[in-house]
Design a protein around this ligand. Sequence first.
Ligand SMILES: [Zn+2]
Length: 361
Amino acid sequence: MKVIFFTLLLFFTLTEVRAQTVMDFEKYDPPSTLVVPERKITRSKFPFIDVHSHQNNMPTQNLNELTEPMDKLNMAVMVNLSGEGGEKLKQSITNIKANAPKRFIVFTNINFSGIGENGWANIAVKKLEEDVKNGASGLKIFKNLGFSVKDINGNRVQIDDLRLDAIWSKCGELGIPVLIHTADPKSFWDSLDEKNERWLELVTRPGRKRSATDPAPFEQLIGEQHRMFKKHPETTFIAAHFGWYANNLALLGLLLDSMHNVVIEFGAVIGELGRQPVSAKKFFTKYQDRILFGKDNWAPEEYVTYFRVLETEDEYFPYHKRYHAFWKMYGIGLPDSILKKVYYKNALRIIPNIDKSVFPD
Ligand SMILES: [Zn+2]
């Protein structure tokens, strides 16, 4: 009887101890005790152009609801990549002209259904020309190209598919850039276990998990994109999300060296830059003419992380979304000359129709 009693007591004591020493990864997030200078920047030092935003209701949207927070952030221009094209694009441009001229730029999109039908590319190119005539300033390609776009025979359309060549060439001819998002972070292809840096994101958003056959290996998709870039040197491409190589800036530098028509934007990957301030500063210094400001998800309160990483030399501060970065951030402390290029000069060079008058020299 006594033995059973003491065994049970020991069991409950051990369970108690375990409860106190083991906790969820998500729960463990202690406030830092580090005392260092802090500069929480809610407004950028220079006016900036966000080249990667999505607004789906621009034809009817009350644009003041956007310009108000934009003014607070010092965002002079927002590039809405979800223009769609056709009537919707026209209506968006009408709304902008009437209510907030100079504050918004719209990119058009391609409807990929019907690839393989006779004359598909001709029709797509005509629509593109029409959209540009109606005020589109660029073309945005979503990640569905590579992931889910299929031709009329049900085959996956590769990013470097010959049937799309006419579109990329036409963008070069029209002088508009192509902002393209291909694939996703490499970790989405890796095993879902304790070694995966995006474990929390994949557990929170299981639909994002990929594999070598769903639909193809990461390297293959990225390879298709790079072959397409190289095949169209007269067209300027903006590789979204640092081309998913923000965690390997040495490799990204080599890629930029080999493709002079490619620039990059750091939407949703500022957490990668903020964990390598020394490497990132070297990279921004060397490639200062090739980097654009992009954010992607429109959440005004999250820009503070971007400004802080770019402008300050703050140490060990949190990122705003734990599933992107459970680690802490460090400021890169870019000089004004580089900040101006990243905030607006590079975008002004690459994207047409932006009013230059509100930006300093
Ligand atoms: Zn996006």
